[in-house]
Design a protein around this ligand. Structure first.
Ligand SMILES: C[S@@+](CC[C@H](N)C(=O)[O-])C[C@H]1O[C@@H](n2cnc3c(N)ncnc32)[C@H](O)[C@@H]1O
Length: 283
């Protein structure tokens, strides 16, 4: 179920990223200073695409995951028209832009503020563990490329989505309340899913849509996904069971209304992988 979407900084060639030189903060908006100002990005080589995107003037841009035509399945058939939507871990922003296209009234795309908020598993020979400062510098440059891809899409799709970069464990109340929050393929990459879900629930009025690998049992268990012998797979911590999510959502005042499973296309591996979608609705 794992997807190698996070690069291993060691052993992987990347384009050099001098994002500052080409990123103009020329588009501005009148929104809260709390939110990010749009960046002007127009070169694909300055971007890292996590989601495959079909963009005016650029055509199809291949990427790790191709969710085109699969939005409804991915978010468990939840209707976003007329709703405000918070997109947690937006990456290239496919889910935000799709929600907007389908009539969401307000969309806020959230992602981490800084490299150190990304938690990998601690393998003794990896830079992340050996030299956290150097790692953070390198990974920070990579994150800029993820962001550039988002902002390029945002511009050419004429998106009005707002953007906030911050701490998933302490999402600020100032962002407001959202009818629907989409938490797509994020929680399995955190050491503490439950504190993150609590932070997300505080901002959610009606529905949380959680997409993740899932243990399909009501037993309250989690599987630790990492192996000491496999340092390449350093980005997935735990797969939780439905039983765990049921209890955690219950604590937070939500009921699980629907659970669905589907296969999604991992483009770079030319294979399909199963993901589960839990729709939890406020009591
Ligand atoms: C696997 S991608 C999922 C993208 C999209 N949500 C989807 O479902 O297709 C994971 C996203 O979560 C974000 N992420 C990972 N750890 C995070 C953290 N600690 N705080 C905030 N965002 C995080 C990554 O930056 C990335 O954008």
């Amino acid at each position: 179920m794992r997807a190698p979407f996070f690069s291993n900084m060691e052993g992987r060639t990347r384009r050099s990223a001098s994002t500052k030189s080409y990123v103009n903060m020329s588009e501005t908006n009148n929104r809260s200073p709390f939110l990010e100002q749009p960046r002007f990005v127009d070169r694909l080589e300055d971007c890292f695409f996590y989601h495959a995107m079909e963009l005016p003037g650029f055509g199809l841009i291949p990427a790790h995951w191709d969710l085109r035509g699969r939005f409804a399945d991915y978010i468990g058939g939840v209707e976003v028209a007329g709703k405000s939507v918070l997109d947690i871990g937006t990456a290239t922003g496919f889910l935000s832009f799709e929600a907007e296209k389908r009539g969401a009234t307000r969309v806020l795309s959230f992602d981490m503020r800084e490299a150190r908020q990304q938690t990998f598993l601690p393998f003794k020979d990896k830079l992340y563990y050996r030299d956290p400062e150097r790692w953070a510098k390198q990974y920070g440059a990579e994150i800029e490329q993820w962001r550039n891809a988002y902002w390029l899409c945002h511009r050419v799709l004429k998106s009005k989505a707002e953007v906030y970069y911050g701490n998933i464990y302490e999402l600020p109340a100032e962002l407001g309340q959202f009818d629907i929050t989409i938490v797509g393929s994020v929680l399995e990459h955190l050491p503490d899913q439950i504190t993150a879900l609590a932070s997300i629930a505080r901002l959610t009025k009606e529905t949380i849509v959680l997409i993740s690998p899932l243990l399909q049992t009501d037993e309250r268990i989690a599987r630790f996904e990492a192996l000491a012998s496999n340092p390449d797979a350093d980005f997935t911590w735990w797969t939780y069971s439905l039983g765990v999510y049921r209890e955690v959502f219950g604590m937070l005042g939500f009921n699980i209304a629907k659970v669905s499973h589907a296969k999604y296309y991992y483009m770079y591996g030319d294979r399909f992988e199963v993901r589960s979608t839990i729709v939890a609705v406020r009591e």
